[in-house]
Design a protein around this ligand. Structure first.
Ligand code: GDP
Ligand code: ADP
Length: 206
């Protein structure tokens, strides 16, 4: 790949508890070249979460400063907290020709679509709403009240699925993972991705 070829920007969304984090973790094995964007958030860290690895944990004031300094590509408020994608890391990764995945909620994804219409937008669905609730309760990281809010947001999020290019049901993590991998492979085979290379060959033949 020449350095003039940009990487692919992949956006993965889906309701809380559907398994986005679990699938992304599994993707690290099956798609080792994929780069992960680490978001900034004002949400408190969950047990085991590490600053700079899972999120950059910020105060509300620090987050507002990031917005003011134009350092986030997009940001959104989700169930009382701010979440945003650091801009520079995404741009540098794409410019270096590497693919990057953003695991972000729907409002943010729609903002990214405006600035990166060529991005690939994937929505992760639960096998059923009951299973979604089982997963979010089973994870044991949120209070009953937060779970209720997240379940009600989930319905609105699923309605926004029409804005995405692909929908994947996370029945089994391995299936979801290999489907995402197949999408990435297919996107690399898009003719507009290879057309510049072909033009170069043609010019050399002349
Ligand atoms: N817009 C936006 N959403 C984000 C970002 N980072 C994470 N999110 C989303 O914020 C929502 C809440 O994330 P989190 O509190 O980690 O809960 P979880 O999805 O249940 O693990 C999820 O839908 C994430 O995909 C970001 O940088 N921007
Ligand atoms: N395909 C799956 N089958 C069963 N459980 C799953 C599956 N994917 C994820 N889970 C479980 O669901 C819970 C929520 O997953 P998580 O990755 O934290 O979701 P999200 O990041 O979308 O909020 C976790 O306990 C996880 O182990």
């Amino acid at each position: 790949m020449t350095s003039s070829e940009k990487g692919i920007l992949i956006v993965l969304s889906g309701p809380s508890g559907v398994g986005k984090g679990t699938v992304c973790k599994a993707l690290r094995d099956c798609a080792p070249n994929l780069i992960y964007s680490v978001s900034a958030t004002t949400r408190a860290p969950r047990e085991g979460e590490v600053d700079g690895v899972n999120y950059f944990f910020k105060s509300r004031e620090q987050f507002q400063q990031l917005i003011q300094d134009n350092q986030v590509l997009e940001w959104a408020e989700y169930v009382g907290n701010y979440y945003g994608t650091p801009r520079k890391f995404v741009e540098d990764t794409l410019n270096s020709g590497k693919d990057i995945i953003l695991e972000i909620e729907v409002q943010g994804a729609l903002k990214v679509k405006k600035s990166f219409p060529e991005g690939v937008f994937i929505f992760l669905l639960p096998p059923s709403m009951d299973e979604l609730e089982n997963r979010i309760v089973g994870r044991g990281t949120e209070s009953q009240e937060v779970i209720r809010s997240r379940m009600s947001v989930a319905m609105d999020e699923i309605r926004m699925m029409e804005h995405y290019d692909y929908a994947i049901v996370n029945d089994h993590v391995e299936h979801a993972c290999s489907n995402i991998q197949s999408i990435i492979v297919a996107e690399h085979c898009r003719k507009d991705k290879v057309v510049s290379k072909i033009k170069q060959w043609m010019a050399e033949v002349k």
